[in-house]
Design a protein around this ligand. Structure first.
Ligand SMILES: [Zn+2]
Length: 277
């Protein structure tokens, strides 16, 4: 895996910068959570790179059935999903919270998983919600919560569920704007190249997810994330000249014909190679 190679070639100074980043992101997380941590101007520049994310406490999540596994190594890929739910018109935070609760209920009670499968959820109103337990904390520390959203790839892929069904309809602008922000934040934290890291669920599993429309927008999403990252990096001298060389490319299985259609079902989410759900 390229991840191992990447960590091997990192020189000490790079590690120092990474430690600084993690500290800053943690501090910013404190601000996000309403903490009273002070941040320097440099840290504020980093904090501005972090979008507003509603926590599990905000949407009144249930506790997971069993402790969530957190991997020390960050993900190599960001997987874009759609929720396969209705394209509702309600853009409120209340609706986003209710959506998060309904997904959690389905994943725990119908799928029998320990908790929500994905790490983050974005509503059609553009509200970004923490998904699986400890996801915000893990990202702040550069680690990775082992999720259940992309079969056989959960150990190295972080999942974003986008509310709606995008087989024939475009996602709302509010959703896409928040998706760009979220992906840029994750690419910054994990040092990912958006051109290589951002993939659709169908790139890994035989599924239509995230829908033909949203899937066709991924090249533009990658470009927009790259543009946002370049803007951010120009303000963050810590990261000057840091090019990632993640060489792992996804495979491209055929999109099946006649995939079953069901609310919340968006293709294979757990496979034999995944150690837990
Ligand atoms: Zn999916």
């Amino acid at each position: 895996m390229s991840v191992e190679r990447r960590s091997e070639i990192e020189h000490p100074r790079a590690m120092d910068r990474r430690a600084m980043l993690r500290g800053a992101v943690l501090a910013a997380g404190g601000v996000l959570l309403g903490g009273a941590l002070g941040v320097s101007s440099g840290d504020r520049a980093l904090a501005s790179a972090i979008p507003k994310v509603y926590t599990r406490a905000d949407w009144k999540a249930r506790a997971p059935k069993s402790p969530i596994q957190v991997l020390a190594k960050g993900p190599t890929h960001i997987v874009i999903h759609h929720t396969a739910t209705g394209n509702v018109s309600d853009r409120s935070t209340g609706h986003a919270a209710a959506l998060s609760r309904s997904i959690q209920r389905y994943h725990m009670d119908s799928n029998g998983w320990s908790d929500t499968g994905q790490q983050f959820t974005i509503s059609r109103g553009g509200h970004i919600m923490e998904g699986r337990d400890r996801s915000l904390q893990a990202t702040g520390e550069g680690g990775h919560v082992l999720g259940a959203h992309t079969a056989d790839h959960n150990a190295h892929a972080i999942g974003i569920e986008n509310e709606g069904t995008y087989s024939s309809e475009d996602p709302p602008q509010e959703l896409m704007s928040s998706l760009v922000q979220t992906c840029a934040w994750l690419c910054l934290v994990y040092r990912l190249d958006p051109q290589k890291a951002i993939v659709g669920h169908r790139d890994y599993n035989a599924t239509n997810c995230p829908g033909d429309k949203l899937y066709s927008m991924l090249p533009k999403l990658r470009d927009n994330v790259g543009g946002r990252l370049r803007d951010q990096l120009s303000h963050l001298s810590h990261f000057a000249g840091r090019e990632l060389t993640i060489e792992e490319l996804p495979s491209y299985p055929e999109v099946p014909r006649g995939e079953r259609v069901a609310t919340f079902y968006h293709g294979p989410a757990v496979g034999d190679l995944d150690t837990s759900v």
